[in-house]
Design a protein around this ligand. Structure first.
Ligand code: GH3
Ligand code: MG
Ligand code: MG
Length: 401
């Protein structure tokens, strides 16, 4: 069975319209995901462009080629802004307006529409730039662990390359790969290349969005909403994972248990919201004093825990002293009053107590208890003969797990 080219074009229009609707449906399900709207716009514009191209021959070249290519250019500009929205960067409206305007302005220049070389060069330059910017946006966000991000970067780059190589091929290949007289085979191949790029990119955009939404959910359930620190749930899962890795490698890890001093009286004097401000400041200050590879968890109330991978007791002691010192020196402004507070810290190490999270917690908690008894605002390293902590925090850890 032979399918005529008009049927293929109609099929393409239908697919693009369906994809445009699909991304709109995704957006309705996740209203915060504005990138879906941009990518929906990309497909609707590509659909409009295909419709306009089908009337070529029935209307002027300016209306068919001029407006059709402008719609394609706008579609790629939308794709780029979708990438920016995906990586939570502000939308750049100027290129969205400027790119198709530049093309349309050129179309109005006498002689431009009649010269296929000019048309191929200018449209390729604009589209290559837009696709390269899209690939660049995704590359900039590469620190986010989304597996589909890398194939998207590769695909956007190869899409850009397809348009870029048209420029050196102007005098060598038939349109649309170059600017020599059109051949049916070349048009078919070009459309096929476009079709597979678009299809693959769509699948990857959907996969990447799904990965992002899952990651956001995972981060949300592991984050304390007040301070932004990791929560007890994260402590249990990450702690167990970290300890297992350190045990396999026989590497040292230290646990800091940090308990703010006389926090209840601070709450009583300055109100709960004043206490909240101190908690937020404390988390920010602690983050400034640990490495990006260390972890800070809010276990509850005014109790925090740091896991310091590949760290000796001496190094952990320095970190704890730094945090203690800086908190002592810091002030938090609450309704015009400067609040000051201190912290007591207990340290336990895998070098002394092995690789069991519960044991490390119990030992560090006992060390905090000693610090409180000695007058607070100090760092105590857990030793084998520390007394047991009251309220047995380890059993709380067990209960939460
Ligand atoms: P110590 O020096 O012995 O640790 O005394 P403390 O007052 O810090 O300890 P205590 O356990 O007696 O009090 C902890 C207080 O923390 C009691 C509770 O009201 C307060 N708290 C718990 N969660 C929050 C919170 O989310 N925000 C605020 N502002 N306070 C909280
Ligand atoms: Mg406490
Ligand atoms: Mg306390």
């Amino acid at each position: 069975m032979q399918i005529d080219s008009f049927t293929v074009v109609l099929f393409g229009i239908f697919i693009k319209a369906v994809l445009g609707c699909l991304f709109l449906v995704f957006w309705k399900q996740h209203r915060g995901a504005a990138w879906y709207v941009w990518w929906s716009g990309t497909f609707f514009l590509a659909c409009v462009a295909s419709v306009i191209f089908t009337v070529r021959g029935f209307t002027t070249e300016l209306l068919s080629i001029g407006i059709g290519i402008a719609a394609i250019i706008l579609a790629f500009a939308f794709c780029w802004q979708g990438a920016r929205a995906f990586d939570r960067r502000p939308i750049l409206w100027l290129p969205v307006v400027a790119a198709p305007s530049l093309w349309l302005a050129a179309c109005l220049v006498p002689g431009f529409m009649d010269n296929v070389v000019y048309r191929v060069v200018l449209s390729s330059l604009i589209i290559t730039s837009l696709l390269a910017m899209t690939a660049f946006e995704f590359w900039r966000g590469r620190s986010e662990p989304l597996p589909s991000r890398w194939p998207v970067i590769v695909l956007c780059s190869s899409f850009a390359l397809v348009f870029a190589i048209r420029i050196p091929m102007i005098g060598l290949l038939p349109f649309p790969f170059g600017a020599l007289p059109m051949q049916a085979g070349a048009v078919g191949t070009f459309n096929l290349v476009m079709f597979f790029h678009t299809l693959l990119l769509t699948v990857l955009f959907v996969a990447m969005s799904k990965e992002r939404l899952e990651l956001d959910q995972r981060v949300k359930v592991q984050t304390d909403p007040l301070t932004g620190a990791l929560n007890r749930r994260a402590f249990l899962t990450r702690g167990a994972r970290l300890l297992h890795r350190h045990e396999v490698e026989s590497a040292p890890l230290c646990l800091l248990f940090l308990d703010l001093d006389r926090f209840k009286s601070l709450n009583d004097r300055f109100g709960h919201s004043g206490g909240d401000d101190v908690l937020i400041r404390f988390v920010a200050l602690t983050h400034e004093n640990i490495r990006p590879t260390d972890f800070l968890f809010r276990l509850g109330g005014e109790e925090f825990c740091c896991l310091l991978p590949y760290t000796s007791v001496a190094q952990a002691h320095r970190v704890a002293e730094r945090v203690r010192h800086q908190l002592e020196a810091a002030t938090v402004d609450v309704a015009g009053t400067s609040i000051k507070t201190t912290v007591s810290v207990g340290i336990s190490s895998t070098e002394d107590f092995g690789y069991d999270l519960e044991t490390l917690m119990r030992r560090a908690d006992a060390a905090v208890y000693v610090a409180k008894q000695q007058g607070r605002n100090r760092v105590v390293v857990a030793t084998a003969d520390d007394m047991a902590a009251p309220g047995d925090l380890a059993s709380a850890v067990r209960a939460a797990s």
